[in-house]
Design a protein around this ligand. Structure first.
Ligand code: KG4
Ligand code: ZN
Length: 337
């Protein structure tokens, strides 16, 4: 079954063709980073307009790269939630028009579940496992029992971790999005130079909730208060110390969930799953087996959408023409497609 996967939940306009949930025949991503860089963040109105301008060409390139004509597609899958409503609607409208005109099945998928599926495009991963989604828009820890059975254990109560990387990068003049630049500069720095604070969440929060706004604020507004004696406040030292702290918060949470659930494998997905220290730290946990997508499937892409949709379509599931975009899904619940 060849599925066309469409992803437009945020600023990347992406279309892919995937065969049988696994074989990626093409994966095209049109990035809007340059357009949003001047604003140091995604401007929703601009994002949806650019999706409208680019989606037809991205679709055509995805077919051309796969060496296929439109008749070779068996189904259309699209991210229908969560995300920026205007951006989601562009992909959804395109998917509906395509599926309707070609008389193809349509399936809407959840963006979080698609990210957690991403490493399965390239490797076999036994269920259950923990799922750590760390991106520009989402940060959550989940217990993943199957492709359609994801129990969210905790989420960020404020900033996503990628957002914290991007705000720190902006503050240090490293451009947008800045996670990769922080990662690279951190390699030249001393991760112990600053003792940045870790969040202490109150009793109203759940055990696996996270927070990154305090860390971000400490780095951006108060950083020299946290400089350890005898260390230099260089940019590289700021990056290395911030990154170490953010990664420790994530890795400690995964270790704690592994210990209490007895589930000792984890899939890390989303743009921040490209981070070299996060990967090295998870790999260094002797009690954990960690899986990651390739770098190109960490950030938003259509292949993860088509890959996940395959398993639903195989069971005969379809979305109706009344499928709608949803900007949010409740923060803590079992996700079902
Ligand atoms: O998955 P993604 O495209 O975002 C959402 O779906 O929301 O990920 C983009 C995020 C950005 O915040 C970017 O700075 C971050 O991933 N990122 C990184 C790295 N590469 C990308 N953060 C830390 N280290 C990296 N190497
Ligand atoms: Zn994403």
């Amino acid at each position: 079954m060849r599925i066309l996967g469409i992803e437009s939940s945020c600023d990347d306009c992406a279309v892919a063709v995937v065969e049988d949930g696994r074989r990626v025949l093409s994966s095209v991503v049109s990035s809007q980073n340059d357009a949003h860089a001047v604003y140091n963040g995604v401007v929703p109105e601009l994002a949806s307009r650019l999706h409208t301008e680019h989606i037809v060409q991205v679709y055509r390139t995805a077919l051309a790269d796969a060496g296929l004509g439109p008749h070779a597609i068996d189904a259309v899958a699209v991210t229908s939630r969560p995300g920026l409503i205007g951006s989601l609607l562009v992909g959804l409208s395109f998917a509906k028009a395509l599926a309707f005109s070609r008389k193809l099945p349509l399936l809407g998928v959840d963006h979080v579940m698609a990210h957690l599926y991403a490493p399965r495009l390239e490797q076999d991963i036994p269920y259950p496992h923990l799922g750590l989604l760390v991106s520009g828009g989402h940060t959550l820890l989940a217990l993943v029992r199957g492709f359609d059975d994801v129990e969210v254990l905790g989420t960020t109560v404020d900033d996503a971790v990628g957002e914290a990387f991007d705000k720190v990068a902006k503050h240090l003049g490293l451009g947008y999005p800045g996670g990769k630049a922080v990662d690279e500069l951190a390699r030249k720095g001393d991760a112990q130079a600053f003792a940045f604070p870790k969040p202490r969440l109150g009793p109203s929060r759940r055990k696996y909730d996270l927070s990154f706004s305090g860390l971000k604020t400490a780095v951006v507004n108060q950083r020299n208060q946290f400089l350890r004696p005898g260390h230099e406040p260089t940019l590289a030292n700021v990056c290395a110390s911030f990154q170490r702290t953010a990664v420790e918060i994530l890795v400690d949470l995964v270790k704690s969930a592994a210990a209490s659930t007895g589930v000792n494998s984890v899939v890390a997905a989303g743009g921040v799953a490209s981070n070299s220290l996060l990967r090295a730290s998870l790999d260094a946990c002797s009690s954990l087996k960690a899986y990651y997508p390739s770098f190109s499937y960490c950030t938003d892409n259509g292949a993860m959408v088509a890959g996940l949709a395959y398993h639903h379509l195989l069971r005969g599931e379809r979305s109706g023409w009344d499928l709608n975009a949803e900007s949010r899904v409740p923060a803590l619940r079992a996700l079902k497609n």
